[in-house]
Design a binder for this molecule. Structure first.
Ligand code: HEC
Length: 141
């Protein structure tokens, strides 16, 4: 009798908790599903010309030693590369875009620390990633 009054309610509470947990786990799958259908608002050529402009601003900031200014352009370029991921379904394309985004985050951090020498090297590495993706994916005109 005692067993029934004490154990059964806790089994019931545990069961209810598991149902709530599994429901909330399923609810959390939703944002991921939504992200996979994310569509950039920029057409790719406009996005690329924006990348080129930001890349040029970063170069000028390194040359002029305006590291704080360059840092914010590097963050912006990191975010555009992050969105560029969604311009193409190919995993190779997405890896180039992700790599460029990570490299731009590192560049922003270097510029934030005022490290002009390492920022210059990092800038060149990013240029190589632009080139590698173009070799594989940009149509020759
Ligand atoms: C993940 C792939 C990828 C990366 C990384 C990438 N691009 Fe591109 N880029 C492309 C593709 C694809 C095109 C061709 C777009 C088209 O069809 O018009 C292109 C074209 C361009 C163009 C020509 C745009 C036009 O008017 O047609 C410029 C400029 C450009 N990219 C700049 C850059 C710069 C600068 C970087 C690096 C900072 C970069 N891109 C990195 C994929 C990439």
């Amino acid at each position: 009798m005692k067993l029934r009054t004490q154990v059964l309610p806790s089994v019931f509470v545990l069961g209810a908790a598991l149902i709530v947990l599994s429901y909330s786990a399923r609810a959390q799958d939703k944002p991921a599903a939504a992200a996979s259908t994310f569509k950039p608002v920029l057409k790719i050529d406009v996005m690329m010309n924006g990348q080129k402009k930001l890349f040029g601003e970063i170069k000028a900031a390194i040359v002029d030693e305006k590291m704080k200014e360059g840092e914010s352009f590097a963050w912006l370029l990191a975010e555009i590369a992050n969105v560029n991921h969604y311009q193409n379904d190919s995993s190779a394309y997405r890896e180039f875009a992700d790599q460029m985004s990570r490299q731009c985050v590192q560049l922003a951090e270097l510029m934030g620390k005022g490290d002009a020498k390492l920022a210059k090297e990092q800038f060149s590495q990013i240029g190589r990633t632009c080139g590698a993706c173009h070799d594989q994916f940009a149509k020759k005109k």
